[in-house]
Design a protein around this ligand. Structure first.
Ligand code: PM9
Length: 460
């Protein structure tokens, strides 16, 4: 056998396994119909390979599980909190920490603390929960990502970058005092897991700070972003992930974090800041919405697992295997001519439903249909990331029509083997061969907030 790419292997071995249920097509057809053609409404026991999300679906290590036994479940002053605080300071460099039950808890509080009604919040592409919390605080999100990010085929190494001209134009148009802060999301989720370069975040920071504007990092996948900088950016090849992450975060004033991704846990998050006044406000709010400031909605054991996950995720060999596993699936699909977002991102392979189902108009939800069809054909569960996820304009009520109409095949960390990815690739390729038979969907139930989670559909 000839290797076309240098092989890699996971720097760990399997100690505990969880059986998977294999079902037939007829059964899955019934499940999907009952779920209203929404993969979020399936029962997980009916899913064979679950690529819905990398959020909270990670496999913890023996070191993390051992840490769970050391949970200090005191109401106040848990020792696990202080350990987590120490690690956030060490790996990210922020001064103050407020734990939260997950990322949106952090987004909620930071948005309420920094946004006044009528303000604008620029960011490198929207994220569903982030934008909603900004809007609920009275703000308006403005997309300032580079144009290349909206083009699934454009081969740019840092498609997550902020377009400095777009950011500066917004400041000139509305005035710096109307800009609450700028959010820089690392390995931009909705763009296909695309990284931000060090040079870009540095330049964003300079422009923002010159105008008295704070920079908030969505650090949810910042470690994965650090790996791309190490691989792709001049001058970082010989730096460790730890060094790169510290420098990256140093260009921001605060961070919101969903620990359920990078940090290899099943639940947890935090908001971290450098500014004492903002910290004080967050510490006031956390006791109302999440819990005391030394647990923020988490058990002591969860904070311990997150602190330990941070130490494991920052290791270069772990991250190389993580990113290469995602690339493995992406490369097979790309080689077979399946349209995917290119380059392959950090946490998922994104199928381009506009090109995959080019006969289904966006109003008939091609990505939603593709995710449903993939499940019915194979038991593999992905997630729609297109017009359904984008929702409606809060002023006009009209549907946003994003350029990217995608199905995300998200790889949970340390969970699946290369064989699971081979099975996934095989089924996606088969579906692609039969793509012309596919039909669109119509929405028959639409919830008020974050509609993609609970919306229901019927076949056209
Ligand atoms: N991301 C994801 O599957 C989980 C729910 S949304 C479908 O990708 C970023 C960049 C995220 C994110 C969640 C959150 C919110 C903030 N920023 O889910 O509340 O990808 O912990 O984090 C999801 P929580």
């Amino acid at each position: 056998m000839e290797f076309t790419r240098k092989p890699w292997a996971e720097p760990y071995k399997i100690k505990v396994v969880e059986p998977l249920k294999v079902t037939d097509r007829e059964y899955r057809e019934k499940c999907m119909q009952e779920a209203g053609y929404n993969t979020f409404l399936l029962r997980s026991e009916d899913v064979y390979i679950d690529l819905l999300t990398d959020s909270g679906t990670n496999a913890m290590s023996d070191y993390q599980w051992a840490g769970m036994m050391l949970g200090d479940e005191a109401y106040a002053g848990s020792k696990n909190f202080y350990y987590l605080e120490e690690n956030v300071q060490k790996y990210y460099g922020y001064k103050y920490l407020v734990p939260t039950h997950q990322g949106r808890g952090a987004e909620h509080m930071l948005s309420q603390a920094l946004i006044k009604p009528g303000m604008y919040v620029p960011g490198n592409m929207y994220f569903t929960t982030t934008r909603l919390h900004q809007e609920l605080a009275g703000g308006t999100f403005v997309d300032v990502i580079i144009d290349e990010a909206h083009d699934s085929a454009c081969d740019h190494p840092f498609k997550g970058n902020v377009d400095l001209n777009k950011f500066e134009n917004l400041i000139n148009k509305v005035g710096a005092d109307k800009v609450a802060y700028i959010t820089v999301g690392a390995t931009v989720n909705m763009a296909g897991g695309q990284p931000v370069s060090m040079a870009n975040i540095k330049a964003v920071s300079e422009l923002a700070h010159k105008n008295g504007i704070k920079v908030v990092l969505d650090a949810t996948r910042a470690m994965e972003n650090a790996y791309f900088i190490q691989q792709r950016e001049e001058g970082y090849q010989n730096k460790t992930m730890q060094e790169i992450l510290r420098e990256f975060a140093s260009y921001s004033d605060a961070a919101t974090m969903s620990g359920k991704k990078d940090l290899l846990v099943n639940i947890g998050g935090f908001v971290a800041v450098n500014d004492w006044d903002v910290f004080e406000e967050l510490r006031n709010m956390v006791v109302v919405y999440e819990g005391l400031h030394t647990y923020g909605g988490l058990a002591g054991r969860d904070m311990e697992a997150m602190a330990r996950g941070m130490e494991e995720a920052i290791q270069d060999d772990y991250m190389a295997s993580r990113i290469n596993q995602v690339a493995y699936l992406g490369n097979i699909l790309n080689d077979a001519g399946v349209p995917i977002v290119w380059p392959v991102g950090g946490h998922a392979v994104f199928l381009d439903a506009k090109r995959f189902y080019d006969h289904i108009p966006q109003e008939q939800y091609p990505a939603q249909a593709l995710a449903a069809d993939l499940y019915i054909a194979s038991g593999v569960r992905g997630m729609e990331r297109g017009i359904v996820s984008a929702g409606r304009n809060k002023e006009t009520g009209e549907e946003y029509k994003p350029k990217l109409e995608l199905v995300r095949l998200t790889i949970p960390r340390r969970v699946y083997t290369q064989s699971h990815l081979d099975v996934t690739a095989y089924n996606v390729i088969e579906l692609f061969k039969n793509r012309h038979q596919a039909k669109g969907l119509k929405m028959v139930y639409e919830p008020k907030y974050l509609r993609f989670f609970q919306a229901r559909f019927e076949r056209m």
